[in-house]
Design a protein around this ligand. Structure first.
Ligand code: ADP
Ligand code: ZN
Ligand code: ZN
Length: 726
């Protein structure tokens, strides 16, 4: 009998011991085990002949679910590293790393896929007989050429055509287990590859020189400088070697347009991992990648866990994007994990951005990463000019100054598109009584309700609670209620009235909700169906709008006064990315930023000297202030109905760290957002100039913290390398 130590999906930071009679089980094999009254799916992590518990009382493994491990040795190592570094439960880490279908205990055997093939009759049929059924004819022609048509290609020709052909017995379905030898290498074609410019060529050859070893590159290229083209040409070499490429993109950057660019260049299937997949589809991509049947895999954050049989290259596009950091549960950073993974796989990693995160930039400046720069726009496009527009004492129409409306008019008359950025969804950020000044607040969060006229609701953007728009003031019963400030909805309405001859489209998380909605909107913009584009953050994310020549940023003043030390960095990234949407084709572009503080040093530096200059000074400031990336942080967060409980818990945690050398312990203090969903929120920040000091101190105490009485009474979490202090 042996003892199997199993990683179970529960928050406790430990493995669980079970008895097992039989041959030793390799790490990474799934097992079903009893846990309390339930049965759970866990993953074998260690095998031993001893246990710290009474062996005779250990329960037995109920069932072994896999013949071989579902994780390869590199992924097993990465999971262990994640649990260790983020001080998280290994079982939870393992859960995060595997597809939902496997979490639920489904078979990890590769299922045969259904294909359509020509029947004997189909092989000899005369295609001219199908002249009046063009879709059927195309499908049949494709089958003649390719022999096998994957069942999912049904949709390419329309289900009706496939049904008709099968009813005529011209085609038949067969099942085939995918072959273990990948075919994409033979099918590779290179289409429409432009000549790389000098900067691109240098970047590509630097990456290619290191294809068989670990190396991390920062591809630091201004917007539209052709970073994607550098990826494509580096990928080409990797694919030609028969190796695979994994590409991470930000959450809302994963559009069909993006995927199409990779598919089109190489003419091969691309595995796409996005949130719209069902569990079976997700498992399929996972397995196909694990068997090297896919040459290219593209996905968002969690795709970093996709196994690859023949790994060749990792790419993290827009590496500064906030969506790479998970903000709940296992709070890992996919970019940092990509660095670990590339190292373990012994392959290169390319981090691409026009606005690198200060952490990444620092690693490049200190020589840890190789710094590749693209300073020119590719093709004929030139960078947009950038300007601030002083709105002090200017009347604003729905948030826009007259001078800016005139400028919009000029661009629109020339047949260009205009983009407006505003950081607020809804009609207005508050509703106020004109008589007594009373503002309706969400009682769970102590923040003003946002007015949504279309929904006829007041909604809290922090907890989602909503109520009907009141007819009268709660305090003085006056019915003179006025909206304060401007949101996307009001801006859209105002512009529609002011420019009735042009069509406008609003892109925010309200309007882009639902399957394919965002994609359809992007397509209609690129088809020039709309001239005025209004939106929030979504608009800044790497989309290519060749006909946009004017970008107007309406309200970022709030961010200039934020208490979060990362606010300046994020604002600079946002402004630079937004400016990068203008002038991406032949027509020159310009960006205007409305502000009450036109002389603000951050805005002036950014606009006159660009992001790289801003970032160097921001790094100096961080260094003087002893902030990341020059120090390392960990944030304990606690929230409870009673502020006292949250405070006391963090106070007890703080006591454990008081007196540790070279470790600062700041707090407990209230979070930037003190109250949310009816809970009081407190924080305790640990900071050290040495990562190891921080890691060691937390490692020593985490089990003790987990065992505190209050730990089971309140909600708490630990965030290593926190990005978000709200
Ligand atoms: P980025 O990823 O840096 O924003 P892209 O790779 O999307 O830039 O390139 C911007 C535009 O320039 C695209 O339309 C692309 O096709 C084009 N482009 C890129 N490299 C070249 C090149 N070497 N020659 C001509 N056009 C290029
Ligand atoms: Zn009132
Ligand atoms: Zn609320």
């Amino acid at each position: 009998m042996i003892i199997i130590r199993v990683a179970l999906p529960i928050p406790k930071r430990q493995l669980f011991d079970y008895q097992y009679e039989g041959k030793a089980l390799a790490a990474g094999i799934r097992v079903a085990v009893p846990f309390g009254p339930r049965e759970m799916v866990g993953v074998v992590w260690e095998t031993s002949d001893k246990s710290e518990w009474d062996i005779s009382k250990l329960k037995s493994i109920e069932k072994v679910l896999d013949d071989s491990p579902i994780f390869d040795p590199v992924l097993i190592k990465l999971c262990s590293w994640l649990a260790q570094y983020y001080k998280h439960s290994i079982g939870d880490v393992v859960q995060t790393a595997m597809p939902v279908a496997l979490r639920k205990g489904q078979s990890s055997q590769v299922k045969p896929l259904e294909y359509w093939t020509l029947s004997d009759e189909g092989k000899h049929t005369d295609l001219t007989g199908l002249a009046r059924a063009p879709k059927q004819r195309t499908a049949l022609e494709a089958l003649h050429k390719e022999d096998l048509l994957k069942s999912k290609a049904k949709s390419d020709f329309g289900p009706a055509a496939i049904k008709a052909l099968s009813e005529k017995a011209l085609i038949e379905a067969i099942e085939k287990t995918p072959s273990k030898t990948p075919t994409w290498q033979q099918n590779l074609v290179i289409q429409d590859k432009p000549f790389a410019n000098v900067e691109q060529a240098v970047a590509i050859s630097s990456i290619e020189a290191k294809l068989d070893q670990y190396g991390c590159f920062l591809l630091d290229g201004i917007t539209g400088s052709g970073k994607t083209e550098v990826y494509l040409q580096a990928i080409e070499q990797v694919l030609k070697q028969g190796k695979q490429v994994l590409i991470l993109v930000p959450e809302i950057g994963l559009t069909p347009q993006t995927v199409h660019r990779f598919k089109y260049r190489f003419g091969i299937d691309v595995g796409v991992l996005h949130s719209g997949l069902n569990n079976t589809e997700r498992l399929q991509v996972w397995q196909q990648s694990a068997n090297a049947q896919l040459g290219i895999i593209i996905g968002t954050r969690s795709a970093i866990f996709t196994p690859m049989l023949k790994p060749g290259l990792l790419i993290v596009d827009e590496e500064h994007d906030a969506s790479y950091k998970q903000q709940d549960g296992l709070r890992y950073h996919a970019r940092d994990l990509a660095v670990m993974r590339a190292r373990e796989e012994n392959i290169p990693l390319v981090l691409g951005s026009a606005t690198p995160a200060l952490e990444t930039l620092n690693n490049a400046l200190t020589g840890k990463y190789q710094h590749l720069k693209l300073a020119q726009r590719a093709g004929n496009a030139s960078l947009a000019t950038q300007h601030v527009f002083d709105i002090r004492q200017q009347p604003l129409k729905f948030g826009v100054a007259q001078g800016m409306l005139d400028r919009m008019n000029q661009h629109l008359q020339q047949g260009s598109q205009v983009m407006l950025f505003i950081n607020r969804r809804g009609y207005a950020p508050a509703l106020m009584c004109h008589q007594c000044g009373f503002v309706e607040h969400c009682k769970h969060c102590d923040k003003p309700f946002t007015l949504h006229k279309q929904l006829y609701k007041l909604q809290c953007h922090h907890c989602g609670s909503a109520k009907a728009i009141p007819k009268a003031c709660q305090q003085c019963h006056s019915n003179e209620l006025v909206s304060m400030g401007v949101g996307t909805e009001q801006l859209e309405q105002g512009l529609a009235n002011y420019f009735p001859q042009y069509s406008s489209i609003r892109i925010d998380s309200d309007s882009a909700r639902g399957k394919n909605k965002l994609d359809n909107m992007l397509t209609s913009i690129n088809n020039n169906e709309h001239q005025i584009l209004i939106g929030t953050q979504i608009l800044s994310k790497g989309h290519h709008f060749p006909n946009v020549t004017l970008v107007l940023i309406l309200d970022v003043d709030g961010a200039l006064f934020s208490a979060d030390y990362r606010a300046a960095e994020h604002l600079a990234q946002l402004i630079t990315q937004l400016a990068g949407r203008a002038g991406r084709a032949e027509k020159p572009g310009e960006m205007w930023l409305q502000t009450h503080d036109p002389g603000h040093p951050l805005l002036q530096d950014l606009i006159n000297n660009g992001y790289a200059h801003f970032a160097q000074y921001a790094l100096l400031e961080r260094q003087h202030a002893q902030l990341p990336p020059f120090t390392f942080q960990a944030l304990f967060k606690a929230q409870a109905i009673s502020a006292r409980d949250a405070f006391d818990f963090l106070q007890q945690v703080a006591q454990l760290f008081n007196g540790v050398d070279n470790l600062d312990c700041i707090g407990p203090i209230p979070a930037l957002m003190e109250k949310r969903q009816g809970q009081f929120r407190m924080q305790l920040l640990l900071q050290s100039a040495h990562r190891s000091t921080l890691q060691k101190a937390i490692g020593q105490h985490i089990r003790q913290i987990e065992g505190l009485n209050l730990a089971n009474k309140i909600r708490w979490s630990l965030d290593i390398d926190p990005q978000d202090f709200s």
